[in-house]
Structure formats: structure tokens, C-alpha cells
Design a protein around this ligand. Structure first.
Ligand code: SF4
Length: 208
């Protein structure tokens, strides 16, 4: 695993994720990116203007929020999710430092209990907004590891444990590794892969 990480890091350089100005914007982005391309999330985030705060989302009407986040798709569902996320955040008085003081497993349980937050979204928030070491598993991770020859368990948490057991428990490695996986899936290991020039080509059985 570490060899894959280092190869991708050498090929693409540090990605310095998550692309957000504040931890709360990061959390909002993690909800909005569900089932849509990042370009649509950027449009929705941009529509907030200076209003992107938990206080605003808590008070705004559903119609107003739906209008703002419309470019991200599934906007009626996402309004409910953003409201639920903000309600969870309120227990920490919208203070990221207070939330970060809480133990990671407990935060994960809380986030998974929030409407519309599954393991991938919860772990993204934990890793990039709350600085907790939870490796994010997404479809790109599965696609790349499968093609590289790994036999992957179906269960999210099992695969997460296996990956975490094979890399140092370092939040910066977790953050970079996931970002590099996304980069690699976009540049080379696409649905129809561009294997020529792929930095992992030499060690890849290309189980396509
Ligand atoms: S060689 Fe092809 S299949 Fe293997 S990781 Fe690279 S792009 Fe993906």
C-alpha cells in the first residue's frame, strides 16, 4: 500500500486536499458531492456567496437552500441532509475545535446517525474537517485496488480496516492518499483506463 502511495505521490505531487476554505465548507462539500461531479459542487458552493455558514443553513428556508444548491442535483434531498448536518454541528456550538476534541469513533457514530450520511461521507468529514484518521473508501479506491490485483471484501469497514493496517496511522498520509487515488482515477484509471504512461503500470496486472 505504501509503495502505491509513494508512486502516486511522486507522479502527481501533493494534492493538499480538501478543496475548501473552511472546515464547514468542507463538510457541506462532502454532502453536495454525493452522486454528482465536483464541478457542480463548486457552482453550488459559489451560489452561497458570503452566506456559507452553519447559522445561515440552520435559519434558511428549504426553498431558499434548494435554489442555492440546485446545481449539485438531488437538491431537495440534499437540503434535508445539510439541515441535519447543521443540527449535529450545533451540539458543538458550530465550533470545529470543540468537535475535534471528541474521540474519533464517537464522532463517527454521531455522523453515521445523521440523515443522509453514510460511511464514505462520514469518513471524509472525519478526515478532512475533523482531523481524525479514518481512511475514505470510495468507488475509485475499489476500482484501482481491484485492477491492481487485490481481492476486496464487500463490506466498507472491513476494507477500511485492511487498508489502515497496511499504512502508517498518519492523518496526512490518509488525506493525501485518498486525494491521490481520486487524481489517479481521473487521469489514468478511468472507467476505460488509459494504461499507457500510468505510474502504476509496471506493478499492475490490469484486471480490467
Ligand atoms: S495500469 Fe491501467 S488498470 Fe492498472 S492502475 Fe494503471 S490505469 Fe489502472
Amino acid at each position: 500500500m505504501l509503495e502505491i502511495f509513494n508512486t502516486l505521490l511522486n507522479a502527481y505531487g501533493p494534492r493538499c486536499w480538501w478543496p475548501a476554505q473552511t472546515p464547514f465548507e468542507m463538510m457541506v462539500g462532502a454532502i453536495l458531492t454525493q452522486n454528482t461531479a465536483w464541478a457542480n459542487v463548486e457552482k453550488a458552493i459559489c451560489n452561497f456567496g458570503d452566506c456559507l455558514s452553519p447559522e445561515y443553513i440552520a435559519k434558511a428556508s428549504s426553498e431558499e437552500l434548494a435554489r442555492i444548491i440546485r446545481p449539485s442535483g438531488y437538491y431537495n434531498q440534499k437540503v434535508l441532509k445539510l439541515k441535519a448536518l447543521t443540527e449535529w454541528y450545533e451540539r458543538y456550538e458550530y465550533d470545529i475545535d470543540k468537535a475535534r476534541q471528541v474521540e474519533g469513533d464517537l464522532l463517527r457514530q454521531e455522523l453515521l446517525a445523521v440523515k443522509g450520511i453514510g460511511p464514505e461521507t462520514a469518513d471524509s468529514i472525519l478526515l478532512y474537517a475533523l482531523d481524525k484518521p479514518f481512511f475514505v473508501i470510495d468507488a475509485y479506491t475499489r476500482r484501482i485496488l481491484y485492477r491492481l490485483g487485490y481481492n476486496l471484501p464487500a463490506a466498507y469497514d472491513t476494507l477500511q480496516r485492511q487498508i489502515q493496517a497496511n499504512i502508517p496511522q498518519d492523518i496526512h498520509i490518509y488525506q493525501e492518499f485518498h486525494a491521490l487515488i481520486v487524481e489517479h482515477a481521473k487521469r489514468h484509471c478511468r472507467k476505460n483506463p488509459l494504461c499507457s504512461g500510468c505510474p502504476l503500470e509496471e506493478r499492475c496486472p490490469q484486471r480490467i
